[in-house]
Every structure is written in structure tokens, then in C-alpha cells.
Design a binder for this molecule. Sequence first.
Ligand code: FAD
Length: 384
Amino acid sequence: MKKFDAIVIGGGMVGAATACGLAMQQQRVAMIDPVSPAPFDPSLDPDLRLSAFSLASGKLLQQLGAWPLIEQMRLTPYTELQTWESGMTQRLTFDCEQINQPQLGWMIENRLVQLALWQRCEQLGVAIFPWQDWQLDQSHSEFVSVQSGGEQLMGKLVVGADGANSRVRQQAGIGVSGWDYRQRCLSMNVKFTTPISSVTWQEFHPSGPRALLPLYDNYGALIWYDKSATIKQLQKLSAANLKAQIEKAFPKLESDFELLDWASFPLVRRHAQRYIQGRIILAGDSAHTIHPLAGQGVNIGFKDVAQLLKLAHEYEGQNVSVWGGQYQRCRKADNLMMQSTMDLLYKSFSHPHPAVAAVRKLGLQLAQNSGALKKQALRYAVGV
Ligand SMILES: Cc1cc2nc3c(=O)[nH]c(=O)nc-3n(C[C@H](O)[C@H](O)[C@H](O)COP(=O)(O)OP(=O)(O)OC[C@H]3O[C@@H](n4cnc5c(N)ncnc54)[C@H](O)[C@@H]3O)c2cc1C
């Protein structure tokens, strides 16, 4: 039987960040995850799973000491975000200069962020257990036990960060509400023949947005959201045929490109009914999944981590029941607002009615010229 202050279940980006942060507060921490991130190999093409990290997420990774490790691998700053509706000339542009920042954020492969955080966990003495099948036992008042095979860990706090299909959430008996968007997202890595700009953009179509994420060394990611059936058909095409479809469906790209790799992901919105149950707390995708059109999923997960670490520090040594309610109130409301904003965007841009289209056009014009309000929205999105 091994005793810990905290046991983090799931060592994805959110779980590993939580484990690091708690270990930096001198807590004895265990992290459970059956899959460790593969080592960095600079000769390989970028992974398909990558995210746009906000300035606030960059700050958290700095505080956790993971940022220099990520910089030693690779990341791509982006300086401008443009969005528009297909067939319309009006663009909504967000520029880092509007908020006096050198960039709006960074495109980074998820695995590299996770890898840097695992390296920090090892440096900080986090005990890592490669378990997949474990059982939670909450019958003791002083601790939660996690058992696998003949082994048992005891923790005063258990953080469930085991992703969208969280087993922690299920074993804690926490329900979820949500829906399937009946859409998929096709993520395609490409290599351009000439350098492209550091602008990320999104073009809205009634069937879903299409987007470009710029990456290092002429690489980029093209993202295509559409009905599940359409995406599944596209996914089966040969590289040459899929490239031909991209050329028809996307706006003209800055340069010719080679299509390297592609995969699709289902889009599901979920929200846990509670973030806390006894000594168990949920964070990241185990608590919420969101439409990825504005690239906020891991960023709101990192906001959970920042809040959890802040409260754990403020209430050092105290039972999670003292501060868990505060964590839930703060994070649930913020995450719900972000989920609802994404849904509003998604629904309004996919609505074909001409009256809605006219309101949309007016909305884009107003937003583009809204000055202080636009700056405020941008500050909220990037977290400064
Ligand atoms: C198509 C798409 C594009 C996206 N783009 C962006 C973007 O641009 N920006 C952004 O911010 N977000 C984006 N997201 C969301 C982002 O990828 C997720 O929010 C983020 O990966 C969640 O991290 P997490 O650590 O909470 O969960 P996960 O990354 O799912 O990690 C969960 C961890 O738990 C482990 N685990 C699972 N089961 C068990 C078990 N039984 N026991 C122990 N461990 C277990 C897994 O091995 C894994 O390491 C996107 C999502 C999708 C689907």
C-alpha cells in the first residue's frame, strides 16, 4: 500500500500538468496512465494531433517548467487569426498587435506538450504507474484507494484527467449531458512547397468550417469539418484524389502542397454534471469536451489546472471538500460559457436561411469594427 497526497489518473496534457503543479507544491504525487508519450524524433513529420495553445496556456507551461523543453523540440507561433464566410468578402481579423503581444499563441503537437510535462514529472519525483484497469474505492473517509492487480495506492485527493470517456467519472458515478454534432473533423497534414505566413484562418461553410493551421518548416494542417458520412468518404480517397477535393473545397492556398497524412475525429459535446465527488475532482476532457472550431479544448482544460493548483496552494493541507465547491463553481460556469459560445458560432454559421445569413454578415461587419469590444474578446480568447 503506497500513500500519496494526490493521485492523478490520466497523464495526458491536463493530467500531467496537474501532477507537475501539485509536485511543485511539495505534494507526494502519483500519476496513472497505461500509455507514455513516444520520444521526440526531429526527423519525423508533425503529428496529426496538434492544438492552438493560448497565451494563458503558454504561461502555465512556463510556470510548470515545461516550456523550455517544448522550445527545445518544436512549436510554431501564430500572429493573426482571420475568419470569414465562404462567398463573402467581409473578414474578421484578430492581430497580435491589437493586444500588444508578439503572437496570439502557438501551434504545438499534443504529444510534445505531454512529453515535456512527463519529463518535468520525472524531474519532480512523480511516481508513474502504467495501469489501465484499476478500481476506485471511496469507502474510507480519510482517503480514496486505487487498486490494480495486487497493488493499492491511497490518495487524499484523486484527479480524474483520463479524457473524454473517463473511467474515473464513471466509477465516481458522475453523469454527463451533451450531444453528438453528427459531424467529424478531417485533420490533414501537408507540406507546402514555399514558406507560408504565420496567419491561421477559418472559412465558414453551411456544412462546417475549413481551416489552416500554419506549422514550422513549411508544414501546415488543413482542417475540414463536415457531415460524418462526407468525411468518412473523403478519408477513404487516395492522396491524389483527396488533394483534388481539397483544391475544390478550400480557398486558394498560398502555395502548392504535398498531402502527407490524415485522420478524422468525431465531434461530441459533453459536460459532467459535477466536477467533484467526495475526494475526486475532474479536469480537462474528463469534465468537458467542446466543438474544436475555435481550438479551445485543451486551453480550457489548462484553465481547470490553473484553478485547481491555485486552490490546492491556498488551502494547503486541507481536505478537498473545503475548496472543491469553489473549483466547480468557477470552472463549470466558465467552461459552459465557452461551450455555448462555440455552439452559437457553429449553429449560426451553418444556418442556411437568408435572414440568418444577413444577420451573420452584419454581425461580422460590426465585430470587425467594434474596436474595444473586439480587443476584449481577443483578450478573453488568448487569456491575457
Ligand atoms: C479534432 C480535434 C481538434 C482539436 N484541436 C484543439 C485545438 O486546436 N486547441 C485546443 O485547445 N484543443 C483542441 N482539441 C481538444 C484537445 O485535443 C483536448 O481538449 C485535449 O487533448 C484534452 O486533454 P486531456 O489531457 O484532458 O485528455 P486526453 O488528451 O484525452 O488524455 C487522457 C489521458 O488519459 C489516459 N487514460 C485513458 N484511459 C485511462 C485509464 N483507464 N487509466 C489511466 N489513464 C487513462 C490516456 O492514455 C491519456 O493519456 C481538439 C480536439 C479534437 C477532437
